[in-house]
Design a protein around this ligand. Structure first.
Ligand code: GN1
Ligand code: MG
Length: 365
């Protein structure tokens, strides 16, 4: 336990005495720890995070959004007879009542109750969990349907604007900051070939094909807690990117991650593809919790959402590789390159099986 982390702990309204700190290495952006406390016989733990300032230029606005969104969701959970301390995040304020603490290095720290009795998964151990994850992410959107959207700050502008993402990617190729473009000419060709598809959702959105909603925008399977007892989705976490967006971003990003036959940074591409059973599980859950809520154009374009979000992530990982690994955490050389190629392979497999994916969607809408 470092003196620095102890000092950070002393600035929050935590109960009892700090016993130990364990780092949590999941997540590509923020630094995350679990702080364990004891107060007599009572045990508590908290999730404490340093918000990545390269990614979130104004962390205070991220916290403002999360505060407003969790308050809104807590009311919905109470109305439904649920447990507001377990079914959404609870921010623990600092000693002076703020939503974050700024340390002497200018790092922004925040804390939440750690929710016990639930787990996150990087891969799917039980396909029925994925059905429930679909229900959970669908419900999340539903609970925020009446949230006043103009109160939300766009903390990362154009986050899922794939037209902009494509432009940024080709700018990274042009700049070739660290001399890596020569290694990826085939990959660049992929983005040239599929640019139109990648941009299609934004083009449709510009033509007002879809309603703007309050969306999560980072619906990775490890961003939802699954209750250990019931196997059902308990709580949607990682609320950093809750912003106005399209329902298809949340659906697409979720199937991109969870319905793959491999983890996102699997370097052996022969293992990467779309798993139709997992795809169906998530789709079934998401659609059933959103029935009567999503519009026809949204439902009809779900398979496209998966493809677009997968190409988008491929371009973001590849752009970061070309820029010299500034955005996503990397733990090995070529990590971002491996992630990008993994996503390219996944997108290609989704395109090859596109009719099958559409048939699965049709079965539930
Ligand atoms: C990041 O923080 P984490 O690991 O949940 C990223 C997402 C990507 C994801 C890919 C703010 O999410 O957009 O889809 O990595 N978050 C941000 O694994 O850029
Ligand atoms: Mg995140």
């Amino acid at each position: 336990m470092t003196a620095k982390l102890k000092k950070i702990a002393s600035n929050f309204q935590f109960k009892g005495e700090l016993k130990r700190i364990v780092q949590n290495l999941t997540g590509n952006i923020n630094k995350t720890y679990r702080f364990y406390y004891e107060d007599g016989n009572d045990k508590y733990s908290y999730t404490v995070q340093a918000i990545n300032k390269y990614v979130f230029k104004q962390p205070e606005l991220v916290m403002k959004n999360i505060d407003a969104v969790t308050k809104h969701i807590k009311k919905k959970i109470e109305l439904a007879g649920g447990d507001p301390n377990r079914e959404t995040l609870t921010i623990i304020p600092t000693n002076d009542g703020k939503l974050f603490y700024i340390d002497e290095d200018g790092e922004y720290w925040r804390a939440y109750y750690f929710i016990d009795g639930a787990s996150t998964y990087d891969t799917v151990s039980d396909p029925s969990h994925l059905y429930h994850a679909g229900v959970g992410f669908g419900n999340f959107q539903k609970m925020l349907a009446d949230f006043p959207m103009d109160e939300l700050i766009e903390t990362i502008p154009d986050f899922h604007n794939t037209k902009k993402r494509m432009t940024t990617f080709f700018e990274s190729v042009e700049r070739d900051e660290v001399g890596r473009a020569k290694f990826v000419s085939d990959d660049i060709f992929f983005f040239e070939t599929y640019r139109d598809i990648a941009e299609s959702l934004v083009n449709m959105q510009n033509a007002k094909a879809f309603p703007l909603r309050v969306t999560h925008n980072d619906t990775k399977y490890n961003n939802i807690l699954i209750d250990n007892k019931t196997g059902k989705a308990l709580c949607v976490i990682d609320l950093d990117t809750v912003m106005p967006g399209l329902s298809l971003y949340d659906y697409g990003d979720a199937v991109r991650f969870a319905a793959s036959t491999a983890i996102e940074d699997e370097p052996d591409l022969s293992k990467v593809g779309v798993d139709l059973i997992l795809y169906e599980q998530f789709t079934h859950g998401f659609v059933s919790s959103c029935s009567g809520f999503l519009e026809k154009t949204e439902l009809k374009n779900m398979a496209l959402g998966g493809v677009v979000l997968t190409i988008e992530l491929a371009s973001r990982f590849m752009a970061d590789y070309l820029d010299g690994d500034k955005y996503f955490k990397v733990t090995r050389t070529d990590h971002n390159l491996q992630r990008a190629r993994n996503q390219i392979k996944l997108a290609q497999d989704m395109l090859n099986k596109y009719d099958k994916l559409c048939n699965i969607v049709e079965r539930y809408i």
